[in-house]
Write a protein that binds this ligand. Sequence first.
Ligand code: ADE
Length: 442
Amino acid sequence: MSPSRARTSRITIGTRAPPRRPRASDVADLGLAEAGDARIAWADAQMPVLRAIRERFARERPFAGLRVGVCLHVTTETANLVRTLIAGGAQVALCAANPLDTQDDVAAALVERHGAAVHAIHGEDMATYYRHIEAVLETRPQLTMDDGADLVSTIHATRTDLLADGGILGGTEETTSGVVRLRALEAAGQLGFPIVAVNEARTKRLFDNRYGTGQSALDGILRATNMLLAGRVVVVFGYGWCGQGIALRAKGAGAQVVVCEVDPVRALEAKLEGYEVLPGVAAAAKGDVLITATGNRDVVRREHYAVMRDGAVLCNAGHFDVECDLAALRELAAERRQVRPHVEQHVLADGRRINLLAEGRVVNLAAAEGNPAAVMDMSFANQALAAEHLVRSAETLEARVHGVPHELDDEVARLTLAALSVEIDALTDAQRAYLTAWEQGT
Ligand code: ADE
């Protein structure tokens, strides 16, 4: 307990966790622990499902003595997931899933108050980022938890020793981009242990990707720029679940939304939803704000920069910073200047200014706080239940990418409805029979 917390004993903020000795860690400032713990508690109040799972884990201890390596965005919501694993008996080592996303106060609180080993510093350079991944792997994790698959791909690229003798029971993956990488590893016949793709749970992607990223991407843009969205042209590249959420919320804020999509069915969906659908270059010429959410590279590139409007805001809501060709943008810029926190203005040779947010990194986490706790509750409830499932089924699961079992997905939905005091009907016996009978027609 820090001295300042001891002095304010009449008002208890934070998670009331007993103080524990910090394990080997590398964080910015342990003195931030009290502030971090108060924010972790704030998020926890909006995560009833994860809390209920944590209480059960504390009784049942499904991870007793298990070493868990976690590579997730170091946010208040992640902290509550880490607390849940620790309540279940796990020894957790955590690193960041992106160098700009670490909330240093949260990292400090996890070390000081919750007994996690944390290797993450906001704004760390790429060498430090990978050193921190290595530090987590040094703990020889038996279970991995990834967001973007950096942990698992590092294991397969440089630490195959960890795979020997079934050293790793399994892993979970949080995001679309990570699942794409892991499926590629599986297709190459090289995946060394089973992975549960949490992103594929309906209670993850329908809510976190759509309503979570939809809100938080705009939150990042607004915090960085303080601009008015009403009346602006907002171009959304990619109409997957994240793109759909961003388009929906931008429309709700009064923007005129243009969607760019390479998948014909999704493009049609966007059109019938009422958006203008255009090829990227035509859209780029109209956009006041351009947001990429595709999971692919070079979505905005030289030909788009050539037509973009003076003062346009450019940002990325995908996991990796590859969606805008940043090398080309830097090359085209006669001058670059930091005009506000998270806003780097690129002045092109013809005088047009392109305002790049958060260095092209995932804007909702780098310029804001990521998805709200209430939606991460479902995602991280899936993570916790998927980890338990992996431990319980380690013997039988093949080294493949698996979906989240339907029962777990449904349980998360049921618990979330209960937390929201929403009641729903159940099928009658006759209805259930009707759905399973072929003899009954009209
Ligand atoms: N991904 C998106 N939002 C997040 C959050 N708040 N915490 C952790 N991971 C996230």
